[in-house]
Write a protein that binds this ligand. Structure first.
Ligand SMILES: *Cc1c(COP(=O)(O)O)cnc(C)c1O
Length: 401
């Protein structure tokens, strides 16, 4: 069998980033608010908003910072309850706690998406919702928006892993009131660290901009669509001047210089990532041991990893499968099978109380996660699929014996 590919390295950063970084090194102009206009961070915000189809964007230090600022910008009172899916990364409940709010966890189904019955049952007890499209799996946004709009409950989309995903052809992150994205190295666009939030709401963006660290009149360097001032934006900034704390979660020009040349690569990365995922998914689904859940009908995914469930394996067999795959060179993460996994809700022991969520727990004890960076070739994908299939055969052989 051929050697398994390295699935941890990202794609090389486009060469254009080097020229931009060299220029920044020469000028020393790394702070976003030094230049009178057209700083790399400002240009990134304009390009990103245009790319996604929203009015405003604010680049910050991480997606976690974007989530935190979104909750703060919504003006939620202390101890407001925020509904989040129980299958997400620990950064999401952490951002809620950081914003002095209380996370309320909602059940997630075997297909990694929000359980709409549990969501509807808990909705009347919360003041805001964060939809975390975990691993880029989109929950039923039609049902979610209908339920939330009927109650006037704001929806924040955690689109950290959904850049390039669409729902009825519309970009994920533009459906809720605000969408948050990550530029951490394991996401579709890699700056090591970084995040951005997008919204059409002038008041919300003005609050978020000021709290992100646009002290004094630095907010004047934030414009609306096409780099133009809009009266509602100017009024919002004037209204919030000196009224809000400054949390200093800004992005550096260096990060923006690394991100901007990657944006034109996005369409190709999305296309390759989806083709790779569906190729491996089809090979796995042809085996009786694997179930790769299908996307929802309105959803077009942008995956850089694959998740699957193993048919009727108990915990010991699931561990044996993961160990067999790892011995052959493919790391399989089973979210619920380690004492420190940051995506298993019972490990979020910083929460005041951790609810009992049997459906999500059962999913996390079985769901497998394998990285599939978009740069992998067909031959490399075949090596990964072959190893997973062989590991399953071995484990099933043991199980039957
Ligand atoms: C990566 C990720 C985050 C956190 O992003 P950071 O930029 O590292 O803060 C949050 N939610 C999801 C779904 C993620 O995948």
């Amino acid at each position: 069998m051929a050697l398994p590919p390295n699935v941890h390295d990202a794609e090389p950063i486009p060469a254009a980033a080097r020229d931009a970084i060299d220029a920044l090194m020469q000028s020393g102009d790394l702070f976003r608010y030094t230049a009178p206009e057209d700083a790399p961070v400002t240009l990134l915000e304009q390009e990103y908003a245009a790319l996604l189809g929203s009015k405003y964007a604010l680049a910050v230090s991480s997606c976690s910072a974007a989530l935190f600022l979104s909750l703060k910008a919504l003006g939620l009172p202390r101890d407001a309850r925020v509904l989040i899916p129980a299958f997400t990364f620990a950064a999401v409940p952490s951002s809620v706690v950081h914003a002095d709010c209380v996370p309320v966890l909602c059940e997630v189904g075997e297909n990694y998406r929000i359980d709409m019955d549990d969501f509807a049952a808990k909705l009347d007890s919360v003041q805001a919702v964060i939809i975390s499209h975990m691993r880029g799996h989109t929950s039923d946004m039609d049902a979610i928006m209908a339920l939330c709009d009927a109650r006037g409950i704001p929806v924040v989309e955690d689109a950290a892993h959904s850049l390039g995903t669409t729902w009825h052809g519309r970009n994920i992150g533009t459906i809720g009131k605000v969408g948050c994205f990550s530029f951490q190295s394991y996401k579709m666009v890699n700056a090591g660290e970084g995040g951005i939030l997008i919204t059409d709401d002038a008041d919300l963006i003005a609050r978020a901009v000021i709290m992100s660290g646009a002290y004094e009149h630095n907010w004047k360097k934030h414009k609306g669509p096409h780099g133009e001032n809009t009266p509602d934006l100017e009024q919002a900034f004037a209204k919030w001047q000196n009224q809000l704390p400054l949390y200093n979660l800004r992005m550096s020009n260096l990060s923006a210089a690394v991100i901007r040349p990657q944006l034109p690569e996005l369409a190709r990365r999305v296309r390759d990532g989806l083709a790779n995922h569906d190729y491996v998914g089809e090979r796995l689904n042809a085996s009786p041991y694997f179930d790769v859940p299908a996307p929802l009908a309105p959803e077009r995914r942008a995956p850089d990893s694959i998740q699957f469930n193993l048919a009727d394996l108990n915990e010991a067999q699931t561990r044996a499968f993961a160990a067999a795959a790892e011995a052959k060179g493919v790391k399989v993460q089973v979210f619920g099978l380690s004492t420190d996994n940051a995506r298993a809700f019972w490990n979020w022991q910083f929460l005041r109380d951790i609810p009992d969520l049997p459906q999500t727990r059962a999913m996390l004890m079985k769901a497998c996660d394998v990285r599939l960076p978009v740069r992998l070739t067909r031959a490399e994908l075949d090596v990964i699929a072959d190893i997973l299939l062989a590991a399953a055969e071995e484990t099933m052989g043991l199980a039957a014996a």
